[in-house]
Design a protein around this ligand. Structure first.
Ligand code: ADP
Length: 701
């Protein structure tokens, strides 16, 4: 099953991220708007406050200058009205001046000057230090201006008082007694005191400026700034050039470089400008602090939002992981279920196939449990033994044996070899008669020590058995015939031999050389005939007189055969080697015949040794599929592979009687013995390279 979940997994993560970003944007957007609004509002409020302050200061300045103008007008009028009186010595005028100064707290000082600029006090003070103001700008301006017009000075340090002051002067309409100019000096301290009271902010500053830009007075500032020109500053260049009064922002003050909000206004009657400023940072400190506080809170909220997003995403990741795990185990389960289903289907199919085979097979399939009870049997039990399957299921399998000890014998063989193939026995038919069957069965693996369950197939061999019995009978007859014939044949042979001997003894001298030779031929023939008859007797005995096969160790049989051949081995200086692997080998066989088998093969190895080479014979073996595969090899003359089949036939020889003696029966006997044990025999050889005779015998399980 293919998983397509990655896109689905991505979607909620993206939604969470998008919502977080949207929330953050909204929060900070609103915050920006609010902060901007707050700053704007503050600025607007401050503009209004400053403008009101500017109006108040303007009114105060206007008041001071109105008093000064009025008194200068009174003084001018008095001098003009009393041309013959000297104001310096006239008590009435002195009283006027005295009252004026008293009222104004002595911060306004009234003075007179003659046309040379010589300063005169009222009332005159004897031996006063003479002072001259001819170089002062207000004196020069007053002398140049028409009488009655006010001239405002730049700030200066008073020569008589050493105080910082600003003077307002005018020329007398009718000069008398040499006096031409009257003026009033204003102590800057007084003005600055007035401004200081009106000042409301730390960085706030109130400035009185002459119309030409010269600073006359300034609150909370160094005196040094007084007298400077700010004609090039923003108040004059931007503000007053457009309007009599207003409020503007100066990013950097021309005097102290502090950014300020400045309310400015020009007085109508006097050549004066009032500027009230407040430090921009000072004004904005409060809203900025509020903005900072909110920003910190917002920052925390943002962090919380990001944290929440992170938590949600981690949660989603964990969910995704467990989902993936679930899907994986689901896939795994599905695959397993699939596999099981396939196995089940295959099982069902093979079961039904098996059932079909069992139902249709002519052989009888059966299975017993470890108690010997039939647990499964094919339908063919009906055709073979006349029973319905249900009649035998659950019954002991012994009931199907005709011989009383039939089952016990089969079990014994199975116990030894684990399995049987074509094991013949007589089964009992339902009607009571015996039926020859061949069983191929094996033990099923079961608990140790317990009687094993058995499974096998029984084939009806009654027909072939009958044929076999017939063959056996005729074989037995033949063997009997061969035996009797060969036994009886030896008698006339013995007679021929003994009469030939008699003939030689009695008439030997009378015989010619040819006659003697013929006699020898006749005696050799009789001897050979006897040998042939003996071998034939042996051959016929194999089937006739054989012992029952039984488990037996192999090594003693080989040893016994070697003892029989000891003389021949010794005479031929031959060597026979038996492989260690055979030390424990056990087979199921007839001891005498097995011994005979080895004797024939080893004997041939000795007999057919190569000229000039001592015979070396090796006997070895290995276990192959429940059998021992044994090998007798020699280093003799070898056999052309073309004859490797033929040599196992009766009377088949590859040599003439003259070259090597023999009857051609030895290997036929070997073949008969091996086949009687259910094995096969064959040879591998090349001429001149020795022979390797192989044969199989059933091994003990
Ligand atoms: P024989 O009595 O002639 O030995 P066998 O049946 O034993 O009869 O052997 C048949 C023939 O097989 C022999 O004549 C011989 O030619 C050949 N033969 C058997 N064994 C060997 C061997 N070990 N080496 C070479 N030839 C052999």
């Amino acid at each position: 099953m293919q998983r397509t979940v990655s896109a689905q997994e991505e979607a909620p993560r993206r939604a969470v991220t998008r919502s977080t970003i949207a929330a953050l944007c909204l929060l900070w957007g609103l915050f920006g708007l609010w902060a901007n609004n707050l700053l704007d509002e503050r600025r607007h409020t401050m503009e209004q406050v400053l403008d009101r302050q500017r109006a108040a200061v303007e009114e105060q300045v206007h008041g001071i200058f109105a008093i000064i103008e009025t008194f200068l007008a009174v003084a001018n009028h008095w001098v003009a009205a009393h041309p013959d009186l000297d104001p310096r010595s006239e008590p009435e005028f002195a009283a006027l001046v005295h009252d004026f100064q008293q009222v104004n707290n002595k911060s306004l000082t009234f003075r007179l000057a003659d046309s040379d600029g010589t300063l005169h006090l009222v009332p005159e003070v004897e031996n006063a230090k003479p002072a001259n103001i001819a170089d002062r700008d207000y004196f020069i301006a007053a002398m140049n201006n028409p009488p009655g017009q006010l001239s405002v000075s730049s700030p200066y340090v008073g020569r008589a008082t050493s105080h910082h002051a600003v003077s307002v002067a005018t020329r007398l309409t009718k000069p008398s007694h040499g006096l031409s100019v009257v003026y009033i000096a204003i102590e800057l301290d007084m003005l600055e005191e007035v401004f200081a009271k009106a000042r409301s902010h730390q960085d706030g500053v109130i400035t009185l400026i002459r119309k030409d830009g010269i600073i006359l007075a300034r609150s909370a500032s160094e005196k040094i700034e007084v007298g400077r020109s700010v004609a090039d500053g923003p108040v004059f260049r931007q503000g007053l050039s457009q309007s009599d009064h207003g409020v503007l922002f100066t990013p950097s003050s021309i005097t102290d470089h502090i950014p300020r909000l400045v309310a400015f206004g020009a007085l109508d009657r006097y050549p004066l400008v009032v500027a009230v400023g407040a430090g921009y940072d000072d004004i904005m400190a409060e809203p900025k602090a509020a903005i900072m506080r909110v920003a910190v809170i917002l920052l925390l909220v943002s962090l919380l939002l990001l944290l929440a997003r992170w938590k949600i995403i981690s949660g989603l990741d964990a969910l995704t992981a467990s989902r993936a795990q679930l899907l994986a185990s689901h896939d795994h389960l599905a695959a397993e279920v699939d596999e099981r289903r396939q196995i089940e289907t295959a099982l069902q199919r093979s079961e039904s196939d098996l059932r079909a085979i069992l139902d249709n097979m002519t052989d009888m399939f059966y299975r017993t449990d470890n108690q010997g009870r039939l647990s499964m049997v094919s339908r063919s039990v009906k055709t073979l033994l006349g029973y319905e399957p249900d009649e035998v299921l659950g019954q002991n399998a012994a009931m199907l044996h005709y011989e009383a000890d039939g089952r016990a014998k089969l079990l014994e063989t199975l116990e030894q070899s684990g399995s049987v193939a074509d094991y013949p026995f007589r089964a009992r038919h339902k009607l009571g008669h015996g039926v020859w069957v061949a069983a191929s069965a094996h033990r099923l693996p079961g608990p140790k020590g317990a009687v094993s369950a058995i499974e096998g197939v029984c084939r009806d061999i009654s027909q072939s058995r009958a044929q076999l019995e017939e063959i056996q009978r005729s074989n037995a007859e033949l063997e009997q015939f061969a035996y009797v014939a060969s036994h009886d044949l030896r008698e006339p042979l013995r007679m021929i031999a003994s009469y030939l001997g008699l003939l030689e003894r009695r008439c030997g001298d009378a015989l010619s050389e040819d006659g003697k030779e013929f006699l020898n031929f006749a005696r050799d023939g009789a001897k050979r005939m006897d040998r042939l008859v003996l071998d034939l007797l042996d051959y016929s005995r194999i089937g006739r007189r054989g012992e029952a096969v039984a488990p037996m160790p192999l090594k003693p049989a080989i040893d016994q055969c070697l003892r029989h051949l000891a003389m021949t081995i010794e005479d031929g200086k031959a060597s026979v080697m038996v492989d260690d692997s055979l030390a424990e080998a056990r087979i199921i066989g007839d001891q005498d015949q097995i011994m005979r088998l080895f004797q024939n093969l080893i004997g041939n190895g000795l007999k057919y040794h190569a000229e000039g080479r001592n015979a070396e014979i090796t006997i070895s073996g290995r276990q192959v599929e429940g059998n021992w595969e044994l090998c007798v090899s020699d280093n003799g003359i070898g056999i052309d592979p073309a004859y490797s089949e033929r040599i196992f036939g009766l009377f088949q020889r590859l040599h003439t009687q003259q070259s090597i003696e023999g009857t051609g029966i030895g290997l036929a006997v070997c073949k008969k013995i091996v086949e009687r044990h259910g094995g096969t025999i064959w040879v591998e050889s090349q001429p001149g390279q020795g022979c390797r005779f192989f044969f199989t015998l059933p091994s003990v399980f």
